[in-house]
Design a protein. Structure first.
Lengths: 543, 129
């Protein structure tokens, strides 16, 4: 209790500018940049073909790729956002992390291996395999770009919030400058290193992140004599709320907020296997078996990580206190850094700050290469140039897109400053679950699926989820909205999944059964046989 | 089934061996997906609409909500392990056998090349139009 009373609001505020040493944070971050830069430069020497650029030459092992998947997936929103959500809302924050983990079973059982066997670089490769190339590719690329940009905005906004907390940069201009630096660095990484470089950045980052949260969790538990129950008790006492350990603090207010929570859960569990930057990772391994191994590794690493966030979240509530966190600069996102400072002083804060920066940098890099592949390979290479582009042309287009996406991300990130990070990610998941997953599942498992079904489902899912978001309390009327003064929220929930996900499944079905033009059964046979056997898709099979 | 032409996808698709490969995969993946989705969504619904149930104390300050939440982690790990064991034992042998037969037949176009020979134009041919 004594620790808690010393860290009240004013102390928390001075932490960012005086107590924590910004130069230590920057110094440790620069070490990370130097190491990853070396990895990227090394990778760039071996990046000669489009397969190198978009799929890392399919040369990664399942273990490496699994670690990279964890790197891609455990964004700043997961690390800072979930620790913060648990620290402030108690049990409801924990509910978030469960959905993020369970979702991987969809990827493992239904998607990863078959996707690896039927595609080349992107989700659109699979979806357009047996349907009409042009329209399906354009639709898949559109939803890929939409999901990636949503996710990118969340990451870049997170970078701004982090800066205010860790470097003591409070001015808008200073934060914008740091976002720009992060963006430029990331453009450079992806531009020269392609998927190989990006994958190594993910592996390094995931390792650092997991070691960091692992050490902090053990430390945290040790403080309470490895008595988890005692830690929970202290957290509830400091929070001053007996319901802190029970569900309902964030979502229990009314039936509407409960529905909202269910909608979020649905989006999380079905969205993961539709996230384009996760799907693209399955192409970096040589075989379907390695793709399976990747997911298994990813599940164990991600599961371990979320168990740590449970400890850190309640630990931050017990040691720092929910009120101090909520009132610190950076708000909810400051829980993990504040806890690090309480535990290990300037040094641990510096390390955790650097890890958080690295996280943003790496996830942004992964999203950028996905967006670039989807534009350069799907739209430019396959639709505009009709697949006649040579490998050099494809890489030139890819690199040009990297620069454009990077600049858009920087501008968007500057514009989106101050928004809640985990929340924007949840929206990206809703779009992925509605626009991508139904079509992926239908085209892999349902013979009768048609082009019309795919288009209805993808555009229906994308348009309905974006429209619902636009007319939700996220935009209008609530305290945290973009426009708090005007109430145009027709849709009462903040997550569109509960409507948009079933809607896009239904649209895919209706569109298909009403199609007069049936799809080519020969292509269907080819896709199904390839997806299950992996024939023609594995390195070892080359003649 | 001596009449299967292993260089022809439609012929392979109709073969008994391929049908059994498909059934073997679906027999595990589909029911398991339904089970974990119901288990997860049911958990979320109970947490949202019956928080007093989740608040039941189990051990010290650890309540049913924490226990069931951790149980979600455990079942996820168990299903992962079970699928890998099943795939190694039941799915992979059939898939490998079929793949080797098809490659032996020789007429299967390689769509996904390795980095060493990146002849890019190959997927162009497999377009549906």
């Amino acid at each position: 209790m004594t620790q808690v009373s010393t860290l009240n609001i004013p102390t928390a505020q001075t932490l960012s500018t005086e107590v924590g040493n910004p130069w230590a944070n920057i110094g440790i971050f620069l070490v990370f940049v130097a190491i990853t830069l070396y990895a990227v430069l090394r990778a760039s020497r071996k990046t000669k073909t489009a397969t190198d650029f978009y799929a890392g030459g399919r040369s990664f092992t399942g273990t490496q790729n699994g670690t990279a998947i964890a790197g891609d997936y455990l964004s700043a929103a997961s690390f800072l956002g979930i620790v913060g959500a648990i620290a402030i809302y108690g049990y409801d924050g924990f509910l978030y992390s469960i959905g993020f983990l369970v979702a991987w079973l969809v990827a493992l059982l239904l998607v990863a291996e078959m996707l690896r066997n039927t595609g080349k670089f992107t989700m659109a490769d699979v979806l357009s395999f047996r349907l009409k190339q042009r329209p399906v590719r354009i639709a898949a690329a559109t939803s890929t770009l939409a999901v990636s940009i949503f996710y990118l905005l969340a990451q870049m906004a997170g970078a701004g919030a982090l800066v205010s907390l860790l470097l003591g940069v409070d001015s808008k201009l200073g934060q914008s400058l740091v976002i720009a630096v992060v963006g430029v660095l990331m453009i450079f990484y992806v531009f020269i290193g392609g998927m190989k470089g990006t994958t190594w950045v993910q592996i390094i980052k995931a390792t650092l992140l997991l070691i960091g949260v692992g050490i902090m969790s053990v430390w945290m538990l040790a403080l309470f004599g490895f008595n988890f129950s005692a830690m929970l008790g202290e957290a509830a006492t400091v929070a001053g709320n007996p319901d802190f350990l029970n569900p309902g603090l964030q979502y229990g207010e009314s039936t509407l907020t409960k529905m909202d929570f269910f909608s979020l859960g649905l989006a999380l569990v079905l969205g993961t296997a539709g996230l384009p930057h996760v799907l693209m990772r399955f192409y970096t391994v040589p075989t379907a078996k390695e793709a399976r191994k990747s997911v298994v590794w990813a599940i164990f690493l991600i599961g371990g990580f979320y168990l740590c966030t449970l400890v850190l979240g309640f630990g931050a509530a017990a040691i720092v206190g929910p009120d101090a966190i909520a009132n610190a600069p950076g708000g909810q996102n400051s829980a993990a850094p504040l806890l690090a400072y309480e535990l290990g002083g300037t040094l641990l804060l510096g390390i955790i700050a650097a890890v958080a920066f690295a996280t943003i940098l790496a996830v942004v890099a992964g999203l950028t290469i996905t967006a670039s592949a989807s534009f350069a390979h799907d739209i430019y290479g396959q639709v505009i140039k009709k697949g006649k582009l040579d490998t050099e042309g494809e890489m030139r287009a890819g690199r040009a897109t990297v620069v454009v996406v990077g600049i858009l991300a920087i501008l968007g990130g500057i514009g989106a400053q101050g928004q809640n990070v985990a929340f924007l990610v949840a929206l990206a998941f809703a779009v992925a679950a509605s626009a991508n997953l139904p079509t992926i599942l239908y085209s892999l498992f349902w013979k009768r699926f048609t082009t019309r079904g795919a288009l209805w489902s993808m555009y229906g899912g994308l348009i309905s989820s974006v429209t619902l978001i636009v007319f939700s309390p996220v935009m209008w009327g609530a305290e945290t909205s973009f426009f708090p003064e005007i109430d145009l929220a027709i849709y009462p929930l903040t997550n569109p999944g509960i409507i948009s996900i079933p809607l896009s499944f239904i649209l895919g079905w209706i569109g298909s059964v009403t199609s007069k033009r049936l799809e080519d059964p020969v292509k269907q046979a080819e896709m199904e046989v390839r997806s299950l056997t992996g024939v023609g898709a594995e390195k070892a099979t080359e003649h | 089934m001596s009449t299967i032409d292993y260089s022809d996808f439609t012929s392979v698709q109709k073969s008994e061996q391929f049908q059994s490969l498909r059934t073997t995969h679906r027999k595990f993946a589909f029911p398991m997906t339904i089970v974990f989705l119901i288990w997860y969504l049911g958990f979320v619904l109970v947490a949202a609409f019956a928080p007093e149930f989740m608040a039941i104390q189990v051990l010290g300050n650890i309540n049913l909500g924490i226990v069931l939440g951790l149980a979600q982690f455990v079942t996820t790990f168990i299903i992962t392990g079970a699928y890998v064991a099943y795939a190694n034992r039941k799915i992979d042998p059939i898939a490998t056998d079929l793949r080797e037969k098809m490659e032996g037949a020789g007429a299967v176009e390689i769509i996904i090349e390795a980095s060493d020979d990146a002849d890019y134009a190959t997927t162009g041919k497999s377009s549906g139009e």
